[in-house]
Ligand binder design. Structure first.
Ligand SMILES: C[S@@+](CC[C@H](N)C(=O)[O-])C[C@H]1O[C@@H](n2cnc3c(N)ncnc32)[C@H](O)[C@@H]1O
Length: 324
């Protein structure tokens, strides 16, 4: 499909990081993936495809190939679960809660920050610029939501909601400072949006939307467009696992709409966000690929978009050849 975008993603990756990531790390992952692929498919050393851990490349790849055409999670009810089941998992959550955000970190996340600090700065800046337009903010895939814990007391007139699949989401977040304007919702966010029980003026996600298949991303974008004015993504972004072009950092607008690249490190779905956003009436204000705070071998895609129209953007005809 050809399409025409108004947005162009900028890539600001310093040469040293580019070399380490796009050459050294890229080569390491690709040769390992190729070896495991051959061993699996020749039957010499078949991988356990049910064991979906980061270290099991074949199982991760298999999962992505099986789910890439899905338009939603197949069994949302089975996906909803309790997170803190024992002392170990409670300890993990408590450890995550220690990553408290403060003004210094949020104002300059690249110094001592994290992806959570990066997204918090984007949301903070948007709220400062559009204080009168935004009354409600929602973090989808919130997990331990240090971002809302930081933002809620600073914007007491805005309602913040953290959404995730955990039945004990509120308890998971109880180790963070609480605010009366910060609440929790358990569920599959896409379903909550479709039923109209979740709405916000500003939605944000970090390290979450790369879990969505391309059609699920499209469905989410369609649903959040029904209520919101702004959407902010702060997502891990990598060279493609299967591309042999070591010079290439893919821009989202170059990816074939409806398809996804598989990102190198976590085998994430990397989709054409720009297409999905413009299709559902958003104008992309910022789209950039930058280093990740606290991640020595890592890029982040940051997108800020504003909904400008109820109608889909006039699509089509692009001079560029899409990849993916
Ligand atoms: C890698 S974690 C990131 C958590 C948090 N945003 C952070 O950066 O620490 C991804 C989160 O997205 C949620 N998630 C995964 N797939 C999802 C989906 N299809 N719809 C909504 N949330 C999803 C998971 O439950 C998980 O909490």
């Amino acid at each position: 499909m050809q399409w025409n975008t108004r947005a162009k993603t900028t890539v600001s990756i310093p040469a040293k990081l580019f070399w380490k990531t796009n050459f050294k790390f890229n080569l390491y992952v690709k040769q390992r993936f190729a070896r495991e692929y051959i061993l699996h498919f020749t039957g010499l050393k078949p991988a356990d495809l049910a064991d979906e851990t980061l270290n099991n490349y074949m199982a991760m790849y298999h999962n992505r190939m099986v789910t890439k055409g899905d338009d939603r999670l197949p069994n949302p009810a089975g996906w909803i679960t309790q997170r803190m089941l024992d002392q170990t998992s409670e300890g993990e959550i408590k450890a995550r809660s220690k990553e408290l955000l403060n003004d210094q970190i949020v104002s300059n996340p690249m110094v001592g920050g994290s992806p959570r600090a990066m997204v918090t700065k984007l949301v903070y800046d948007a709220l400062r610029s559009h204080a009168r337009d935004v009354r409600t903010v929602c973090n989808i895939g919130a997990l331990v939501d240090t971002q809302c814990a930081y933002l809620a007391p600073r914007f007491p007139n805005i309602e913040f909601t953290s959404v995730d699949r955990f039945t004990d989401l509120a308890r998971m977040n109880s180790f963070l400072p609480q605010s009366p304007n910060w609440k929790f919702r358990t569920g599959y966010a896409l379903e909550l949006l479709e039923t109209g029980s979740l709405a916000a003026d500003l939605f944000f996600m970090t390290s979450t939307s790369v879990c969505f298949s391309p059609r699920e991303l499209d469905a989410y974008t369609e649903q959040i467009a029904r209520s919101c004015r702004f959407v902010i993504f702060n997502e891990p972004w990598w060279p493609s696992l299967t591309s042999l072009n070591f010079f290439k950092i893919p821009r989202p607008e170059e990816i074939q709409p409806g398809h996804a690249l598989i990102g190198l490190a976590y085998f994430n779905f990397q989709s054409n966000y720009i297409y999905a956003l413009e299709k559902h009436g958003f104008d992309v204000l910022i789209s950039r690929i930058v280093p990740t705070a606290g991640g020595p071998l890592w890029y982040t895609l940051q997108i800020v978009a504003e909904r400008v129209s109820d109608k889909p953007a006039a699509t089509l005809k692009s001079p560029r050849r899409p990849i993916g």
